[in-house]
Design a protein around this ligand. Structure first.
Ligand SMILES: [Zn+2]
Ligand SMILES: [Zn+2]
Ligand SMILES: [Zn+2]
Length: 358
């Protein structure tokens, strides 16, 4: 994620901010420019964005005024009442249930971080109600009388529809699930990134020239999926999985391996962008790496080659983990990238770059 600045006063602001804490200007995100902008109201629900040319007018996403769950803007020429992120929703949580609005807010905040990355990578982001090959989200709650496991809402992807159990937005419930699943890391954003991986596999790999290369790296995805998952949950990962997979879950089936690898690719690229936009360039003295010359830009989202991304990521992840340990926290990136996992990341990188090439 880039570092954003209020154009009215020069204050640095968060991606999520709706108001500048220094000058009080209203802030919103302009997805067409991938920029947070200070905004001036010009009447009749229209806004002038300081980050955009004089003539560009915007409206606020309908989920902003009505529910305060969104800070994205819509260019005047776009008739949709919802922004490019909110229009992907098919089902939102039942807001008559106490607490659901807060859970929904948390989900949307993380979903916009996913959409930011998808836009940065030039990946197609179309709502499924407009494009049959598009994307949709269902945010569902377990039924109140869910006494048996069978009726629990499972987070997952099918045919462009990503379903998320809204309990994932409750930190206590998520921590319990993380322990039950013996995962080192479980976040809402991680879920979104993982499930988007399944969606883009369908779009970019399934019926495309990449399938052969996918199979040579990830294995044969025609293997029975349900059986593979049952075996994984019953027996756990195979011995030595760390030598081949980015996570234990990735070893369950080639589709899950792809989705986990895809999620890691997004973790890496976006976290690197955040570090770079803050001027953080980690070089370990012992390796003799030279810091980049001042002013030399490095945009992980637009690298042709994966190697510089990895070379920049490894020392940064080490530094991040060390910082967290100094604060008594768990590792920020509790993973080791073995060579086969790196090769898989490389393939994800090539597929993304190739689809977004003009
Ligand atoms: Zn300001
Ligand atoms: Zn919105
Ligand atoms: Zn999955």
């Amino acid at each position: 994620m880039r570092l954003f600045t209020c154009q009215s006063c020069g204050n640095h602001v968060y991606f999520e901010n709706v108001r500048c804490t220094r000058c009080g200007y209203t802030l919103g995100f302009l997805p067409d420019r991938i920029e947070v902008s200070a905004l001036e109201e010009t009447g009749q629900g229209r806004w002038r964005a300081l980050a955009a040319p004089e003539d560009a007018a915007y409206r606020a996403c309908a989920n902003s005024a009505q529910y305060e769950v969104c800070n994205w803007m819509i260019p005047e020429r776009d008739p949709d009442p919802l922004c490019v992120s909110c229009r992907l929703n098919r089902t939102i949580p039942d807001l008559s249930v106490a607490g659901n609005q807060t859970l929904w807010q948390r989900l949307e905040t993380q979903k916009r971080r996913l959409v930011y990355s998808l836009l940065r990578l030039d990946l197609p982001v179309q709502p499924r109600h407009r494009d049959p090959a598009g994307l949709a989200f269902d945010f569902l709650a377990d039924p109140a009388s869910a006494f048996n496991e069978q009726r629990r809402v499972l987070t997952g992807h099918a045919g462009g529809l990503i379903t998320l159990n809204i309990a994932e937005a409750d930190p206590a419930a998520r921590e319990q699930m993380r322990k039950e699943m013996a995962e080192p890391y479980r976040t809402i954003l991680g879920h979104f990134r993982h499930e988007s991986g399944h969606y883009y596999w369908d779009r970019l790999v399934r019926d495309r020239e990449w399938l052969g290369e996918f199979r040579s790296r990830f294995g044969d995805e025609t293997l029975d999926y349900q059986q593979a998952l049952q075996r994984h949950h019953a027996q756990g990962p195979p011995p030595g999985w760390r030598e081949r997979f980015v996570t234990a879950y990735a070893s369950s089936h080639p589709w899950e391996d792809w989705a986990e690898t895809w999620a890691h690719y997004l973790h890496i690229v976006d976290t690197l962008e955040t570090a770079r936009s803050f001027g953080v360039d980690v070089r370990l003295k012992t390796t003799g790496q030279q810091p980049m010359a001042k002013g030399q830009g490095f945009d992980p989202y637009s690298q042709t080659d994966f190697t510089p991304i990895l070379d920049n990521w490894l020392p940064l992840a080490f530094a991040l983990n060390s910082l967290n340990r100094s604060m008594g926290h768990e590792d920020a990136y509790p993973f080791v990238l073995a060579p086969p996992a790196v090769e898989k990341l490389q393939l994800v990188h090539r597929i993304i770059r190739n689809q977004s090439a003009p």
